[in-house]
Structures are given as structure tokens and as C-alpha cells.
Design a protein around this ligand. Structure first.
Ligand SMILES: Cc1cc2nc3c(=O)[nH]c(=O)nc-3n(C[C@H](O)[C@H](O)[C@H](O)COP(=O)(O)OP(=O)(O)OC[C@H]3O[C@@H](n4cnc5c(N)ncnc54)[C@H](O)[C@@H]3O)c2cc1C
Length: 334
């Protein structure tokens, strides 16, 4: 039988990582379970190389660097860290603790649960062409994770959303050529400054068009574009970036009995959901005046953890000793 943990945090995004650190400040036996094979949540998957300016005390930092720092901080008290496991099932035990069950059948035992699941599990919408899989990860990408890998290349971007236009503007100054292929007639959500950046970098824009075929052995050589009015055209391409949005959702977590409002888990001022013992923090949590910022999880996590600590040990102080006076760190200095 697996060990019983005080707290299991589901989700290894920024909120989950910081909360694992704070659990250590309260001497709680902690486990984090993350669905993807890497930590960092949407930062890692959508904007690792973007610069973040609105985390208190850090004037600017890339997404990747922030995740690296959060991960190192999360490991301070050595929580159990599990990746590549999607938690789907939950069973309440007679003693009030929980069993968590992953989609692949692993079972985890825990006294309390913190859901730091953001918008839930997310999967990108893939290009619906049978040859696409052959190029994936080599010259067909569903996210820009390392911008320099595209330097000097002819890059075709499929999609017309915010992300597609943002990548086009970022890549254009370092690429040989950037072409955006979009099946809509107009970029309805584009901001004025975004369109100006595309223009100033001479990004080639093809509206009313879609990619219908890819050519090359394992490495892409060209894409065939079909335009509603002018028909087919072959464009030389070294790399294709597809931004067709993504599918996300809480999935089976919605059937755990918690009150859910517009995809968010409704919590009280203790960050507890309507199911006793299950807490929610970060983008997953919903309450009046909720702020969807990385920094929000840095406060909501400690609120949940302090509530849990007092539930498990009613005599425990309301919050952890501040880090400047915390015995773990003062002992470390000697
Ligand atoms: C393009 C973009 C730019 C942004 N820029 C900024 C910015 O400049 N400043 C800022 O403050 N915020 C920014 N944000 C918002 C910020 O990224 C989020 O507020 C933050 O990531 C929320 O953190 P989280 O840990 O709550 O959730 P997430 O980052 O979404 O992490 C949740 C994690 O839970 C995992 N998970 C979900 N379901 C399960 C399950 N069933 N089992 C196991 N694991 C599961 C997911 O795989 C994911 O890793 C931006 C967001 C985007 C998309």
C-alpha cells in the first residue's frame, strides 16, 4: 500500500510548486503530481522564453528561469515529486482521508488535497493531415519553446489567433522569412500594435487560406496552401508552427462533487472547495475579485496550507514562522 501523505498537490505549475515549498515550512508530508512530463504549467508549455515583468520583487525574468527558480524552491523540503501522471479519480476513505487514482491506475493516499490544476489538462489541437506526425518535433511544432532554433529559416505559421500573431512578430526579425496562413478573412482579435509589428517586419500574410499538404522526407521542404479564391500554391518552408488552439478542461475532476463556476473551482476564504478536505488555488480557484496572475498562487497556496495545518493539528499556529526566523533556515546558516 502506498504511503499516506498529509497533502497531495495536483498540478506542478507555479501555484503548485510554490505551495509545495510552503507545505515544507509547515512540516507537512507533501507530494506533487503533475500530468505533463515537465513542471511549470502553462509557463513551460506556452511562453518559456517570454519575459515576465509582473512578479513582485523580480523586475524581469523569462518564464523558463522563473520555473527553474520555483522548482528549486519547491525542492527545499524534499517533497515527493511525480510527473507524467494525470489524476482522474478520487475516493473518500472511512477515516476522512482520500485515495487518488491516476488514469494509468496508480493510487496515492492523502489526508488533504490541493488542486493546483489551472484550467485542467491541456492538449494542443493538432494539424489534421496524415503526414503531419512524420514531421512533428523535427520541423513541425505546436509551440515555440526555443526561438533561436528558427534563426535564418523560412517559417510558416498556421493560425490566426493571438499566439500565432505573437510568434510571427517575435520570429520575423531573426528568420529568413515568416509566412502566416490563416483560414479566416480577418484577424478579428488582433491588436493594432500586433498588426503593425507584422507589417514592419514584412511578414507574409495569407488569409482565406489553409495548409492542405506537407512535403519532405523527415524534414519539411514545402507546404501546399489552398486559398479560397486562387487555389493551390506551394510554399518553400523549413519549419511549420501550428497554433490552432488547445483543448482543456477539468475532465473527471468535475465529478468529484465540488461546486464549479465557469470552469473554476469555487472556494471559500480558506481556499477550501465545497467538498471538505479538497482545496483549490491558482488559476483553478474561483472567488469574487479573483486575479489570474502567477503571484495570486503565491498567496492562495499558503492560505490553503495554513488551513490544512490547523485542520490536521488544531493547536498549530495560524501561519508558519516567517522565513527570516524559521528554524529550518536559521539552522542552515550555522
Ligand atoms: C501566453 C500567456 C502569458 C501569460 N503571461 C503572464 C504574465 O506575464 N504574468 C502573470 O502573472 N501571468 C501570466 N499568465 C498567466 C499565468 O501563466 C497563470 O496565471 C499561471 O500559470 C497559473 O498557474 P497555476 O499553477 O495555477 O496553473 P497552470 O500554470 O495552468 O498549471 C497547472 C498544472 O496542472 C496540471 N494538471 C492539470 N490537471 C491535472 C490532473 N488532473 N492531474 C495532474 N496534473 C494536472 C497541468 O498539466 C499544469 O501543469 C500568462 C498566461 C499565458 C497563457
Amino acid at each position: 500500500m502506498s504511503d499516506l501523505y498529509d497533502v497531495t498537490i495536483i498540478g506542478g505549475g507555479p501555484a503548485g510548486l510554490y505551495t509545495a515549498f510552503y507545505c515544507g515550512m509547515r512540516a507537512l508530508k507533501t507530494k506533487i503530481i503533475e500530468a505533463k512530463n515537465d513542471l511549470g504549467g502553462v509557463i513551460t508549455h506556452f511562453y518559456p522564453e517570454k519575459t515576465i515583468y509582473d512578479v513582485g520583487g523580480i523586475p524581469q525574468i523569462t518564464g523558463e528561469e522563473l520555473v527553474d527558480r520555483l522548482t528549486r524552491q519547491a525542492k527545499t523540503f524534499q517533497p515527493e515529486l511525480i510527473t507524467n501522471q494525470v489524476i482522474a479519480g478520487m475516493e473518500r476513505q472511512e477515516d476522512g482521508s482520500f485515495k487518488l487514482i491516476s488514469t494509468t491506475g496508480e493510487v496515492h493516499r492523502t489526508r488533504k488535497i490541493i488542486l493546483a490544476v489551472g484550467c485542467g489538462t491541456f492538449e494542443v489541437n493538432k494539424l489534421q493531415l496524415k503526414e503531419a506526425a512524420r514531421f512533428e518535433g523535427k520541423s513541425l511544432f505546436y509551440a515555440v519553446r526555443h526561438i533561436q532554433q528558427f534563426a535564418g529559416k523560412h517559417v510558416v505559421i498556421s493560425g490566426g489567433g493571438d499566439g500565432a500573431l505573437d510568434w510571427a512578430a517575435e520570429l520575423a526579425p531573426l528568420c529568413h522569412k515568416v509566412t502566416v496562413v490563416y483560414r479566416g478573412t480577418e484577424f478579428t482579435h488582433a491588436l493594432e500594435h500586433q498588426m503593425q509589428r507584422l507589417k514592419s517586419h514584412s511578414v507574409d500574410i495569407r488569409t482565406d487560406s489553409e495548409i492542405v499538404a506537407l512535403t519532405g522526407d523527415d524534414i519539411l521542404q514545402s507546404v501546399t496552401v489552398r486559398n479560397v479564391a486562387s487555389g493551390h500554391e506551394i510554399l518553400q518552408a523549413d519549419a511549420l508552427i501550428v497554433n490552432h488552439g488547445f483543448n482543456y478542461g477539468l475532465g473527471t475532476l468535475e465529478s468529484w462533487g465540488m461546486s464549479i463556476d465557469d470552469g473554476g473551482i469555487v472556494v471559500d476564504q480558506r481556499m477550501e472547495s465545497s467538498v471538505k478536505g479538497i482545496f483549490a488555488i491558482g488559476n483553478a480557484a474561483k472567488y469574487p475579485q479573483k486575479v489570474y496572475l502567477i503571484a495570486a498562487g503565491f498567496v492562495e497556496g499558503p492560505i490553503a496550507v495554513n488551513s490544512i495545518k490547523q485542520d490536521l493539528d488544531p493547536k498549530a499556529p495560524a501561519q508558519a514562522m516567517v522565513s527570516t526566523h524559521h528554524e529550518f533556515f536559521t539552522n542552515k546558516k550555522v
